[in-house]
Ligand binder design. Structure first.
Ligand code: GLU
Length: 428
């Protein structure tokens, strides 16, 4: 998961330019959508447990809110940059548009490594982040959610700070809250399950039975774990999973040819999804280099970690058997790797379609919070399936009828929806 020289914002802008060309957008619309509408950069001073003050850098970027309030997660990562947050905010705009929910796109981040922060330091950081930006976000303005290394507990601390500052209960301010504290049933599973709903639909199109397939997954965080869970339920077998090793500051892949056991791996992973290699080895897993997940002889690859993971230099290492790549992470594939994928005719389910289940369920959570009402789990997951399936079919129909690959088709649909909303509002 090492960071490379790729700048995700340049990737996001390149992808947008391509869609803008296909749609023949006018200059004003391009200027508006190529960059975020608003950005907030701030310092967050925190008193550490040892009494010393430490200043963290935080961001919130609102890329576009023409279709509804900005929406998107908040990441804690030591290598966070404003350009990563900008890219992710733009991808959120396309994600809410492709899922066709009445929201825009935003993203936030703090440069920090939560592995090295105590529980109380993390709480102060969450509250500090809200204090710096609360006037510019809110249930009808911009709604944060969890993302890389942030959890339901972080969301609850943020909600508590926000409600304290505003002097009223506003549970729709944030999503991904703990169940019982305004969170929605099904939210924790939603992103991973959504990825597999799109895989299921892709397999249907390719006329392949899920139980005849095997997969390899990058990452073992929330998205990966629930993707593995649903993929196994529909009959698939995962043989390799990679994860970040905090101690060695590198990643490893864990392979079991007869199929990994999700519960077993969960029992030897930390809360951030880091798998203990010693314990995994004792459970019979082969411990391989970090990139080995990509080289496995499988039908389906699911990158579910960070951006810039399948690149021009490693894409050639993908096994010839690979038929589908389902992007659970945001921006895992660089444009030069995309060329290899297109040449090999691999069916790509692009990130902002494949992982739209999280924000779709966040939307359901927001609706429940705003109504002060609570839906059953089956109700939430049933609605999620309907939304994800409809989004997948819209993109795949468009890709077939316009002879576009799935990424281009998804881009054209969502950029067009957002551009139209901007036009209708009189912004361009
Ligand atoms: N962080 C997730 C994403 O990248 C979910 C965002 C949300 O629920 O608002 O899609």
């Amino acid at each position: 998961m090492a960071k490379t020289a790729y700048n995700p914002f340049e990737t996001a802008q390149k992808q947008f330019d391509r869609a803008a060309d296909m749609l023949e957008l006018d200059q004003a619309t391009r200027d508006l959508l190529r960059n975020p509408i608003r950005e907030f950069h701030f310092s967050i001073p925190i008193r550490m447990d040892d009494g010393q003050m430490k200043v963290f850098r935080g961001f919130r970027v609102q890329h576009n809110d023409a279709r509804g309030p900005a929406k998107g997660g908040l990441r804690f990562h030591p290598q966070e940059t404003i350009d990563t947050v900008r890219a992710l905010s733009m991808w959120m705009t396309w994600k809410t548009a492709v899922a066709d929910i009445p929201l825009g796109g935003g993203k936030g981040g703090v440069i920090c490594d939560p592995h090295n922060l105590s529980h109380t330091e993390q709480e102060r950081l969450c509250r500090g982040w809200v204090r710096q930006v609360y006037k510019n976000i809110g249930p009808t303005v911009d709604i944060p959610a969890p993302d890389v290394m942030t959890s339901p507990q972080h969301m609850l601390w943020m909600l508590d700070e926000y409600e304290t500052l505003r002097g009223e209960k506003l549970p729709g301010f944030i999503t991904g809250k703990p169940v019982g504290m305004g969170g929605s049933l099904g939210r924790k599973e939603a992103t991973g399950y959504g990825v597999i709903i799109t895989v299921r639909e892709a397999l249907k199109e390719l006329n392949i039975n899920p139980s005849d397939t095997i997969a390899s997954v990058q990452g073992f965080g929330n998205v990966s774990q629930f993707a593995i869970e649903l993929y196994e339920q529909i009959g698939g077998k995962v043989i390799c999973v990679s994860s970040w090793d905090q101690e060695d500051q590198t990643s490893y892949s864990f392979r079991k040819k007869e199929g990994v056991d999700l519960e077993e791996l969960r029992s030897v992973a930390n809360p951030f999804g880091g798998i203990d290699k010693q314990k995994a080895q004792e459970l019979g897993y082969e411990v391989l280099p970090g990139e080995a997940w990509l080289e496995q002889e499988v039908d389906i690859l699911i990158p579910a970690a960070l951006e810039n993971q399948i690149t021009g230099s490693n894409a050639e290492k993908m096994n010839k058997r690979v038929k589908i790549i389902a992007e659970g992470a945001n921006g895992p594939t660089t444009p030069d790797a995309d060329n290899v994928i297109i040449e090999r005719d691999i069916f790509i389910i692009p990130d902002f379609l494949a992982n739209a289940g999280g924000v779709t369920c966040s939307y359901f959570e927001q609706v429940q919070s705003n109504m002060n009402y609570f839906w059953e789990r089956d109700d939430v997951l049933g609605r999620l399936d309907v939304k994800m399936t409809a989004a997948f079919i819209a993109v795949s129909d468009f890709s077939r009828s316009n002879k576009l690959n799935m990424r281009d088709a998804a881009y054209v649909i969502s950029v067009n929806r957002v551009a139209q909303a901007c036009k209708d509002r009189g912004w361009v």
